[in-house]
Ligand binder design. Structure first.
Ligand SMILES: [Fe+2]
Ligand SMILES: [Fe+2]
Length: 204
């Protein structure tokens, strides 16, 4: 499974820059901050899926496939919330999400409805892919065995999600167009990761 997923991560997921190995050590020190940031990532994943369903009611496959993802992401949110509770911590306030904001800046403005839809699918695929990679780092690199197992569960879920968004894009749009735009997203994300500060208080 590990090897399969590593290969998956390298080849299919296609992220062009692995996370800086120092990140997991920084995250370990700031686990409380990570949990709060993570909780909001899950919450945003759920709300974004709801909004995609609302905006695309005519896309039957999308509605069918994303409905259970809403439940799953909300379940993730609750799992993180209960970890915070165990530590006697409140949810805390939402942090500014620099990574996601920069990705949103890259999303096509104007363009045709199809182009906008494609970017909506691909930004989700990318966030899921990077989250999956980060959870993998945590599941392998944390000292605490319980937390390694905790993050392993998230990694497995998010691995399914990024492929789902690509699959949905390819269901509605020509595969070649999807692949070309995906390559642009991957290149942009590499630059973004390369220039971003390595900080242990954020999932991304
Ligand atoms: Fe999730
Ligand atoms: Fe997800």
């Amino acid at each position: 499974m590990d090897d399969q997923l590593s290969e998956h991560t390298r080849n299919i997921l296609g992220l062009q820059l692995p996370t800086d190995p120092r990140w997991v050590n920084l995250a370990e020190i700031k686990m409380e901050e990570i949990l709060t940031d993570h909780a909001y990532c899950e919450q945003k994943a759920a709300t974004t899926c709801i909004s995609l369903i609302q905006k695309n009611p005519e896309k039957t496959l999308l509605v069918e496939e994303l409905s259970p993802i809403v439940t799953e992401e909300w379940g993730h949110f609750r799992m993180v919330l209960s970890e915070l509770k165990k530590r006697n911590l409140p949810l805390g306030r939402q942090r500014k999400d620099i990574y996601v904001n920069k990705l949103i800046d890259f999303q096509i403005k104007g363009g045709s409805p199809t182009e906008r839809f494609l970017d909506q699918m691909l930004i989700m695929a990318l966030i899921e892919a990077r989250s999956c990679e980060r959870f993998k780092r945590l599941s392998e690199g944390l000292e605490d065995e319980y937390m390694r197992k905790f993050y392993r569960k998230f990694m497995e879920s998010e691995a399914g999600h990024y492929t789902l968004f690509i699959t949905l894009a390819e269901h509605y749009i020509d595969k070649k167009i999807v692949r070309n735009r995906w390559a642009q997203w991957l290149a942009f994300e590499k630059e973004l990761m390369d220039s971003a500060e390595v900080r242990g208080d954020r999932i991304h």
